[in-house]
Design a protein around this ligand. Structure first.
Ligand SMILES: Cc1cc2nc3c(=O)[nH]c(=O)nc-3n(C[C@H](O)[C@H](O)[C@H](O)COP(=O)(O)OP(=O)(O)OC[C@H]3O[C@@H](n4cnc5c(N)ncnc54)[C@H](O)[C@@H]3O)c2cc1C
Length: 331
């Protein structure tokens, strides 16, 4: 088989390159910026949370997302924490917890003592919580860097600072476009959903797992990273503008973090950022084909959760034209 060109080194491009290389296919990756993960993937929470996501997502996200946890654990055994997810709400918002429980499965109810056992620093702050024990999380930046190193060791060639493959395109049998929201101008069905986030650093609180704080207007989550760093996310704004975080969003995220635990009030803000999630109208991804070009896009809130299955599907499709996937969308 002629080599394959993967365009875009976000989570979808890198995971796709890995699946292709693993099957013995020669792969080159071109990336318009000077490094991997220059798009939405860099700002992700890294939650592998298919059961929580079912609250607002299709059943495919839960079913396929559950398999992604095993994929990432096999791929990065020392970088995936499977500590579950804790979901809490302020006393005035406990109806949100009931609503969340009614729309999801795979959880247990915890009382105040059980919350304190699981997350001692949240002792006394919430009387009830939902616990999703099978969920996992990873640090997206570590995960993408490890994937890049693995790919390079497998012989995959990276070309940074390139947006066009014109000079070399004749060498490739297939092109796989994984350019995320940058594809908006070429795909009228695709839209952007802006997600603003921030990083806080504090030694005054420790968490072992992502904690989601439900709220009727501003649900947020806090994901622990290494060395006292926490990712706080994320807004969901129907916009493809990727500029800096707005004052309103910053206030909302900080207020919510403070409501989760007042120690966050003394934390240092070490970074703010914005990623644009690429999404189709049904918020499910698509693999589209035009001749020898495939596009894998629209992973919305689920880039880490769904990319292993999409990468597998597009690889199968290259090797076996009759292969059918739930996410194929032929024009
Ligand atoms: C705040 C936030 C939190 C999130 N949290 C989670 C989470 O917890 N779990 C989860 O599963 N998902 C999460 N997501 C969703 C996830 O990040 C996205 O679904 C995913 O990053 C999309 O990946 P992608 O590879 O399609 O796009 P991107 O990550 O945007 O990558 C596209 C790449 O293509 C490159 N590119 C663009 N145009 C060209 C070109 N012409 N030539 C070459 N290269 C090009 C870009 O520079 C970029 O590197 C979150 C998203 C956001 C914004």
């Amino acid at each position: 088989m002629k080599p394959v060109l993967v365009k875009g080194a976000g989570v979808v491009g890198l995971v796709t390159a890995y699946e292709l290389a693993r099957r013995g296919i020669e792969v080159d990756v071109i990336e318009r910026s000077e490094r991997i993960g220059a798009g939405a993937s860099w700002f992700a929470g890294g939650m592998l949370a298919p059961w929580c996501e079912r609250e607002s997502a299709d059943e495919k996200v839960e079913r396929i997302g559950a398999t992604a946890i095993e994929w990432w654990k096999a791929m990065l055994p020392d970088k995936v924490a499977q500590e579950g997810t804790l979901v809490v709400a302020a006393a005035r918002d406990t109806r949100e917890l009931d609503r969340f429980a009614a729309r999801t499965t795979g959880h247990n109810w915890l009382d105040a003592d059980q919350i304190a056992q699981l997350e001692p620093d949240l002792a006394g702050r919430f009387s009830r919580a939902l616990y999703f024990p099978r969920e996992a999380h990873l640090d997206p930046r570590e995960a993408l860097s490890s994937l890049r190193d693995t790919l390079m060791a497998m012989g995959v060639r990276f070309h940074f600072g390139l947006t066009t493959d014109a000079a070399v395109s004749h060498r490739f049998g297939w092109h796989i476009d994984c350019t995320g929201h940058a594809r908006l101008p070429n795909d009228p069905a695709l839209r952007g959903v802006r997600g603003e986030m921030l990083y806080l650093r504090t030694g005054d609180i420790q968490l072992s797992r992502p904690v989601r704080l439900l709220h009727p207007r501003h649900p947020i989550y806090v994901v622990p990273r290494r060395q006292g760093v926490f990712m706080v996310g994320a807004t969901m704004i129907e916009s493809d503008l990727s500029g800096p975080i707005t004052a309103r969003s910053l206030m909302e995220l900080l207020n919510a973090a403070y409501a989760l635990h007042p120690a966050f009030g003394e934390a240092q803000i070490t970074e703010t950022g914005t990623g644009v999630r690429p999404a189709y109208p049904d918020n499910l991804p698509r693999i589209t084909r035009s001749g020898s070009n495939f596009c894998v896009n629209g992973l919305y809130r689920h880039g880490f959760l769904l990319s292993p299955t999409l990468a597998h599907d597009v690889t199968e499709r290259l090797l076996n034209p009759d292969h059918q996937s739930e996410f194929h969308d032929e024009p």
